[in-house]
Design a protein around this ligand. Structure first.
Ligand code: IMP
Length: 200
């Protein structure tokens, strides 16, 4: 279906943090667009998995613009919270995607489950599903994960979302404390991207 080299690509997200990170992963010769360039709001994500939701976005934005679209659906799974917030990670920030609010909710829910959680290793992982679609057709889809634990307090101000509370295994730093170039060479988005890079 994509027998011509991709020269233009829509990045199907209205999340500024994700937009920056996906743009940084793409080859520089590809001209990128975002939904804002077309005054498009995001579709309702009513899938049950990261994969379903990223396909909803990549197909929706491609249909609306006629451009090939790459979209991601991602989130944080916390084992003690039965993998929540998971696909609802953005929604925990409320209508205005307030990440401070989302982090407070994580801490509140952890305390409800176990008042002593700060003394324990709270296993968590970031998951990212990435898809490329052209109109209503899926071109490719992939998934990446990184394992880690929850920090008992937010640390660092780089990145976005839950970055200040996620400590990657074998590192003593949160994603929020890492330089953007370091995070983007080892995170869930990068791992998913590596698998579909040959399509770009
Ligand atoms: P959605 O994929 O647009 O539904 O939103 C995913 C949500 O998961 C984001 O709004 C963030 O809250 C969170 N998230 C996904 N990836 C990352 C990441 O790399 N760092 C921090 N938070 C993330």
């Amino acid at each position: 279906m994509l027998n011509k080299k991709i020269t233009k690509l829509l990045i199907g997200t209205n999340n500024k943090g994700k937009l920056r990170e996906i743009r940084d992963l793409l080859p520089i010769n590809i001209k990128t667009y975002c939904p804002k360039d077309f005054k498009l709001k995001s579709p309702i994500e009513n899938g049950n998995t990261f994969e379903e939701n990223c396909l909803i976005k990549s197909k929706y934005f491609s249909n609306k613009t006629g451009l090939i679209c790459i979209a991601d659906d991602s989130g944080l799974e916390i084992d003690l919270l039965d993998k929540k917030p998971g696909i609802h990670s953005a929604r925990w920030g409320g209508k205005n995607s307030d990440f401070k609010k989302a982090i407070k909710k994580v801490y509140r829910e952890l305390k409800k489950k176990d008042p002593n959680w700060k003394k324990k290793k709270i296993r968590a992982r970031f998951v990212c599903a990435l898809s490329i679609s052209y109109l209503n057709k899926k071109v490719v889809i992939s998934k990446g994960k990184v394992e880690g634990k929850i920090s008992s307090k937010p640390k660092g101000c780089n990145g976005f979302g839950y970055d200040p509370i996620f400590i990657l295994n074998k590192r003593n730093k949160t994603f929020g404390e890492m330089k953007p170039s370091q995070k983007s060479s080892l995170d869930h988005r990068y791992k998913a991207f590596k698998k579909i890079k040959k399509f770009l």
